[in-house]
Write a protein that binds this ligand. Structure first.
Ligand SMILES: [Zn+2]
Length: 226
């Protein structure tokens, strides 16, 4: 039994638990794994249910940087873990190789270069980004996100036009926090009146793809505008 999470509830489903989960998932980090990984209380069932989607998300994120410099974290994770798991799971490998192509990436008017791309299952990736944000929220606030709240996830640069400028202006003033050099960095800001309202910016492997998460009250499956 891990005494750190004695008498805690799973931050994802609320059941009592003594086990833990990592935010971001431990499998995202190449060896040697950094010492400052964040752990949160999570039940065994939730933990297990994320496993396949974590591997899938890691494959997509690491592949976005596979043409990187030798020795980069993305290349390390690819060589240490992704390649092996793809060989074991030929279905994912087939899906990826069939749809693999190169595309030109722009951030607004700025050309970021030619990158490998393939259609991916956004639902699976968003599920992992959602749980990472809930994990980071717990870590920063020492309590889970209220269950009346949900996380809305936007993908940048693709959905930049959905993010109000005033929000971007606030986000860029917040500190960048990092776990594992070149693996994961994030920013977080909170609405002072109710800390359950917050905005998160997540980036993995210094990829051109960044995730914006907004926590807000759910109403008819839409998040109320901040
Ligand atoms: Zn649970």
């Amino acid at each position: 039994m891990r005494s750190k999470f004695k008498k805690k509830n799973c931050i994802y489903c609320g059941k009592p638990t003594t086990s833990k989960d990592h935010a971001p998932p431990k499998c995202f980090f190449p060896k040697p794994v950094p010492k400052n990984l964040i752990t949160v209380p999570a039940c065994f069932d939730c933990n297990e249910s994320f496993s396949a989607d974590e591997n899938y998300t890691r494959t997509i994120l690491a592949s976005a940087k596979i043409s990187d410099q030798p020795g980069s974290p993305a290349e390390k994770i690819w060589n240490q873990k992704v390649q092996r798991s793809l060989q074991k799971n030929s279905k994912v490998l087939k899906e990826i190789s069939k749809s693999f192509r190169f595309v030109d990436i722009y951030h607004g008017p700025i050309y970021l270069g030619r990158r490998p791309a393939f259609p991916c299952d956004r639902g699976r990736i968003d599920r992992i980004i959602d749980k990472i944000i809930k994990g980071l929220f717990y870590f920063e606030n020492k309590k889970p996100l209220s269950n009346e709240f949900a996380v809305k996830i936007l993908w940048s640069p693709y959905e930049d036009n959905k993010i109000p400028h005033k929000i971007i202006n606030v986000i860029i003033t917040s500190n960048i926090k990092q776990i594992g050099e070149g693996v994961f960095k994030y920013r977080s800001i909170y609405v002072k009146e109710d800390l359950n309202w917050s905005i998160w910016v997540l980036n993995f492997y210094n990829s051109y793809l960044t995730f914006i998460g907004i926590t807000g009250k759910e109403r008819n499956n839409n998040i109320v505008k901040i």
